[in-house]
Design a protein around this ligand. Structure first.
Ligand SMILES: *Cc1c(COP(=O)(O)O)cnc(C)c1O
Length: 437
């Protein structure tokens, strides 16, 4: 049996049948997925900001392949760097060993990180683990410094930090976390910095670290924080000796208009957690950047070692992709070219404002969410069950846009390489979809 070629010789229908028989999908109600009338979309290839399904239909990749893709699919520079590394070795251990790509990538990340206190890079595989690493480092840091009173974490309502149990318990979206919600780590959740400030200095002295998605909460539905909020949080942390953890898993690598979101409020955290866009969206890789202060608390005997590390940590092909992606940022002046695209996105979103079916539109840099409101009687019913966004995204496929909703918000997050034409076509597709849903 030719297992390497078989997947490409099967029809869309045959592949869908196999999937529905054998696979359990993430963030997916499998009863609906496996229903008779559901036809799973089977993607075959991508090029630039577009993806193509096995039947040859092309779509604009409206959520950057679940928020990961930065420079487009099949960028020649990134695929070449990955091939070159594959010709040497696909994977090697990072436990007690190192390799060239990781060493250079770590230097590049430290060089590009804001400020000069983020000096050490700890590798892992995804956003959840990048956050989990900072959580465990913060816990062990306090223990080794015998700061026993700093027993809890500050996190924000509607935050999302990942799906592992620790990261989930730092999150504040009950729909996602209720099955594992538990007492560890101890968290005081606040709505905003104003509420945090009401808790007073006695409370502050009990806090280990505060964690936040800077500038904008992504999985809450692209909800920007008020200007200056991150700066105020950083000042509070500084004043009270609280560690600041920034979850830039989504916002990192240009999404908000700067390489890292925290640059916009001149904030340098104690932990900078990066994942999704780090490889340009090509392979799973993540890093937790931290300071000499944290690093040095772990030096000494084996009881001070940080016993954490996954099998595929710092995968060399992933590191090759990450290095190539940084090079593309430089060579193609990606951040400079992004500014006019952000303006184009604002213009294209403004065109949707008049439509009856559309509610609030939120934008932060190159990220956008379009709230859909039920105008028709059927629509209202859908709105109450939070299915309206999904219905609109389903319709948008017919107009050449592929994306996913969060509740009733259609998320629009294009790769940074998207052209002005693709930006306006994506917004127009949403307009056509809401009229028809
Ligand atoms: C996606 C995301 C995560 C989790 O990353 P995974 O790679 O999916 O584990 C954490 N925080 C934020 C803000 C995210 O958007």
């Amino acid at each position: 049996m030719d297992l390497t070629h078989q997947p490409w010789n099967l029809s869309a229908e045959e592949l869908a049948k196999l999937d529905q028989r054998y696979i359990w999908h993430p963030f997916t109600q499998m009863a609906a997925w496996c229903a008779e009338d559901h036809e799973p979309l089977v993607l075959a290839s991508g090029k630039g900001a577009r993806v193509t399904d096995v039947q040859g239909r092309e779509y604009i990749d409206g959520n950057s392949s679940i928020w990961t893709n930065i420079h487009g699919h099949q960028h020649p520079k990134i695929t070449a760097a990955m091939r070159e590394q594959l010709d040497r070795m696909a994977h090697s251990s990072f436990l007690g060993l190192t390799h060239p790509n990781a060493a250079v990538l770590a230097r590049e990340l430290v060089t590009r990180a804001p400020g000069d206190k983020l000096t050490k890079v700890f590798f892992s595989d995804n956003g959840s683990t990048a956050n989990e690493v900072s959580l465990r480092m913060a816990l062990q840091f306090r223990a080794q410094r015998e700061e026993d009173t700093r027993t809890q974490f500050v996190a924000f309502d509607q935050a999302y930090h990942g799906d592992t149990v620790g990261a989930a318990n730092l999150s504040g979206i009950p729909l996602f976390t209720h099955p594992v919600a538990g007492p560890f780590p101890p968290v005081t959740r606040v709505a905003d910095v104003d509420e945090l400030l009401t808790l007073g200095p006695d409370f502050a002295n009990t806090v280990n670290a505060a964690i936040i998605e800077p500038l904008v909460q992504g999985p809450a539905g692209i909800r920007p924080w008020p200007k200056g909020m991150l700066r105020r949080l950083a000042d509070w942390c500084e004043e009270h000796g609280v560690l600041l953890i920034l979850d830039e898993v989504l916002t990192g690598f240009g999404r908000t208009g700067t390489l890292f979101a925290c640059e916009q409020e001149n904030v340098v955290p104690d932990f900078l957690n990066l994942a999704k866009g780090i490889t340009g969206g090509y392979l799973p890789l993540a890093v937790t950047l931290t300071t000499d202060q944290v690093f040095e608390a772990f030096l000494g005997g084996t009881d001070r070692t940080f016993y954490y590390g996954h099998s595929y940590t710092a995968n060399p092909v992933g590191c090759a992709a990450a290095l190539a992606s940084l090079e593309v940022f430089d060579e193609e002046a990606v951040l400079e070219n992004l500014q006019p695209k952000i303006a184009e996105l604002s213009r294209a979103l403004a065109n949707l404002e008049g439509l009856l079916q559309i509610g609030e539109i939120r934008q932060c840099g190159f990220l956008a969410a379009i709230e859909v409101s039920g105008i028709t009687p059927e629509g209202r019913e859908l709105a109450e069950t939070n299915q309206l966004g999904a219905a609109v995204c389903r319709q948008a496929r017919d107009f050449g846009l592929l994306t996913r909703p969060i509740r009733n918000a259609v998320i629009l997050m294009l790769p940074l390489c998207a052209t002005n034409e693709e930006i306006s076509a994506a917004c127009a597709a949403i307009g056509q979809a809401v009229i028809r849903y």
